[in-house]
Design a protein around this ligand. Structure first.
Ligand SMILES: [Zn+2]
Length: 194
């Protein structure tokens, strides 16, 4: 399945204030993202991981807004399935922090769905952007190559469910949830095996 394009709904998150913002993931439509950005300065295009439906228009968006693309380097093999002619600009790492609109975003490396999958935690706002690592109702898929179910469970257990239970989870697809709504179900997910 790797390298195919799927027609799915993706969430694009724009975090910031009236002056500046960060775009989280760049799936399909540069114009739609630019409409949300408005006149603000884009400080970074952060990719939660490098599956096609999260990075497809990242280079085109970079052209349009002149901002660095940030990606965890462990997702290089996935990035290369979509973009052979472009690289990203800044390597993300666990604990990497940056400021936007007076708020600090912190990178959590949460491998499993993809080796370089990251979540963005914004403690001040009580939110975490989880990409495809955690959805409402369970972990992201681990059926593709470079994915691993045991690894995603440990990422969720150790890095996400340890956040305050009221933390709002903004996902890569579908509806929001909270850490407290998801955490009681970890053992069910493990028993289910996916
Ligand atoms: Zn994905």
């Amino acid at each position: 399945m790797d390298g195919e394009t799927f027609d799915v709904d993706n969430n694009v998150w724009v975090i910031g204030d009236d002056e500046e913002c960060v775009v989280v993931d760049a799936p399909h439509d540069v114009d739609a993202i630019l409409a949300v950005v408005g006149g603000r300065t884009v400080k970074a295009i952060v990719c939660t991981h490098a599956h096609d439906d999260h990075v497809r228009v990242a280079p085109a968006l970079r052209e349009a807004v002149v901002a660095p693309i940030m990606l965890h380097p462990d997702d290089k093999p996935l990035w290369e399935l979509t973009h052979i002619d472009h690289l990203w600009d800044v390597d993300l790492a666990d604990g990497f922090r940056f400021d936007v609109g007076g708020t600090t975003l912190e990178v959590l490396h949460t491998p499993g769905h993809a080796p370089g999958a990251v979540c963005l935690h914004v403690p001040e706002l009580g939110v975490v952007f989880t990409g495809d690592t955690l959805f409402q109702g369970g972990p992201g898929a681990t059926g593709r190559s470079h994915s691993d179910f045991g690894t995603i469970v440990e990422s969720i257990r150790n890095r996400l469910l340890t956040l305050p239970p009221e933390t709002v989870v903004h996902t890569g697809h579908g509806d929001d949830t909270t850490i407290g709504d998801e955490s009681p179900h970890l053992e069910e997910w493990i028993a289910r095996g996916h």
